[in-house]
Design a protein around this ligand. Structure first.
Ligand code: NAD
Ligand code: IPM
Ligand code: MN
Length: 353
C-alpha cells in the first residue's frame, strides 16, 4: 500500500528543466488520483541562477532536506555561462553518489506512431532497458592536475571499479531480465581496459551462474553501439558501466525517436535514501525559453517515480496516456517532427487521462 501522502522534492534546475518538470507535475497530479495518493511537491530553486545569487548549488543543510523526502524529481542542470564542474558536479553527480543511487535505469521503447530514424522498424520492435552503474567507474572523481598551464601539464582521471559495485548493478540487471524477455547483455571493453573491465567481465560471469534461466552475453561497447543501430531489436536488458551507459542511452533514445522521450530513474534499491527521477536529456540551452521542449521524457520519468513509490495505477495511467498521444500522431513537438508547443503536448496527455 502506498502512503496517502508522498513528499517529493522538485529541482527544476536550468534551461528546459523547469519547463518540462512543470508539465510532469501537472500530469502526475491528475494521474495520482487513481491511487488515492496526494503528491506534495516541495520546489527547490537550486539551479545556476541560484548559484549565481548564493555561491552554492546546494545550500547548507540541503542534502538533509532532500533526504527527508520520499523521492526527488529533477529537470536538468547546466547553463553555458556556469561551468559544468560547478552545476553538474555540485548537484547531480554528488546526489547519485550520496544517496547511493547505484541503479540508473533507462528504458527505450519505440512507441506506435513514432518514427525511428532507422528504416522499417515496427512499433514495439525496439524495447530495451539499460541498467547503468551510477556511482563509480569512469565517473569516480579521482585524479588531479599538476603543472597547470605549463607545457608539461598532466591530468590524471582514474576510473574506479569495485567488485561490490560491479556485482550489485549486474545482479540488479539479471533480476530485471528475469521479469522481461530473459536476455541480458553486458557491455564491456576488456580488450583495452585490462584492469577494470576484466574485473567487470569476471563478476558478470560469476553472477550469471546464479541466473541459469537468463540468456547472458557480452558485447564490446563499440560493437554494442553498432548493434544498437544495426539490430536494436536484439537487445532486452543491457548492463553497462557509468560512462558506457551514458553514451549508449543517448543512442537508444535516438533510435526510438527522440531524446525528448527518454526517461530515467536513479534508484537506491535498498530505499535507505530517496531515489531520483529525471529525463535522460539535459537543459537544452539551444531551445530553452522557447516553449517547444518535448515534456514526455519528464512526464514518463514521473511515471517511473510513481512505480517506484508503489503507485501502480498512476504509473500505468501515465504510460498509457503518453502511448495514446503518440499513437494519435499529434500534437507533436519539433523534435518529433511537428510544431506543437510543450504545453499542448501536456494537455493532450491530460485529456487522455
Ligand atoms: P541536451 O540533452 O541538453 O541537448 C542535446 C540536444 O537535444 C539539443 O539539440 C536539445 O535541443 C535536444 N533536446 C534535449 N532535450 C529535449 C527535449 N525535451 N525536447 C526537444 N529537444 C531536446 O545535451 P547538451 O546540449 O549536451 O547539454 C546541455 C547542458 O545540459 C550541459 O550543461 C550538460 O552538462 C547538461 N546536462 C545535464 C543533464 C542533467 O542534469 N541530468 C543531463 C544531460 C546534460
Ligand atoms: C546524464 C547526463 C549526465 C551523465 C551528465 C550531465 C554528467 O549526461 O544523466 O545522462 O553523464 O550522467
Ligand atoms: Mn547523458
Amino acid at each position: 500500500m502506498a502512503k496517502a501522502s508522498l513528499r517529493i522534492a522538485v529541482i527544476g534546475g536550468d534551461g528546459i528543466g523547469p519547463e518540462v518538470i512543470d508539465q510532469a507535475i501537472r500530469v502526475a497530479d491528475l494521474a495520482s488520483q487513481r491511487d488515492g495518493s496526494r503528491l506534495e511537491w516541495h520546489r527547490l530553486p537550486w539551479s545556476s541562477a541560484h548559484y549565481k545569487e548564493t555561491g552554492r548549488m546546494v545550500p547548507e543543510g540541503g542534502w538533509d532536506l532532500l533526504r527527508s523526502h520520499d523521492a526527488v524529481l529533477l529537470g536538468a542542470v547546466g547553463r553555458p555561462d556556469v561551468p559544468d564542474t560547478i552545476t553538474v558536479n555540485g548537484l547531480l553527480l554528488p546526489m547519485r553518489r550520496k544517496f547511493d543511487q547505484y541503479v540508473n535505469l533507462r528504458p527505450a521503447y519505440l512507441y506506435d506512431g513514432v518514427q525511428s530514424p532507422l528504416r522499417d522498424k515496427a512499433p514495439g520492435s525496439i524495447d530495451l532497458l539499460v541498467y547503468r552503474e551510477n556511482t563509480e567507474g569512469e565517473y569516480a572523481p579521482v585524479g588531479g592536475r599538476v603543472y597547470e598551464g605549463m607545457a608539461g601539464e598532466v591530468a590524471i582521471q582514474t576510473a574506479v571499479y569495485t567488485r561490490r559495485g560491479c556485482e550489485r548493478i549486474i545482479r540488479a540487471a539479471f533480476q530485471a531480465a528475469r521479469k522481461r524477455r530473459k536476455k541480458l547483455t553486458s557491455i564491456t571493453k576488456s580488450n583495452a581496459l585490462v584492469h577494470g573491465m576484466v574485473l567487470w567481465d569476471e563478476v558478470f560471469q560469476s553472477v550469471a551462474r546464479d541466473f541459469p534461466d537468463i540468456e547472458a552475453g557480452s558485447l564490446l561497447v563499440d560493437a554494442a553501439a553498432m548493434d544498437l543501430v544495426r539490430k536494436p531489436e536484439s537487445f532486452d536488458v543491457l548492463v553497462a558501466s557509468n560512462l558506457f551507459g551514458d553514451i549508449l542511452t543517448d543512442l537508444s533514445a535516438m533510435v526510438t525517436g527522440s531524446v525528448g522521450l527518454a526517461a530515467s530513474g536513479n534508484i537506491n534499491p535498498e530505499r535507505v535514501f530517496p531515489s531520483m527521477f529525471e529525463p535522460v536529456h539535459g537543459s537544452a540551452p539551444d531551445i530553452a525559453g522557447k516553449g517547444i521542449a518535448n515534456p514526455l521524457a519528464a512526464i514518463l520519468s514521473a511515471g517511473l517515480m510513481a512505480e517506484h513509490l508503489g503507485l501502480e495505477r498512476t504509473a500505468d495511467a501515465i504510460r498509457q496516456a503518453v502511448a495514446s498521444v503518440l499513437k494519435a500522431g499529434k500534437p507533436r513537438t519539433p523534435d518529433l517532427g511537428g510544431n506543437a508547443r510543450t504545453a499542448e503536448m501536456t494537455e493532450a496527455v491530460l485529456a487522455c487521462l
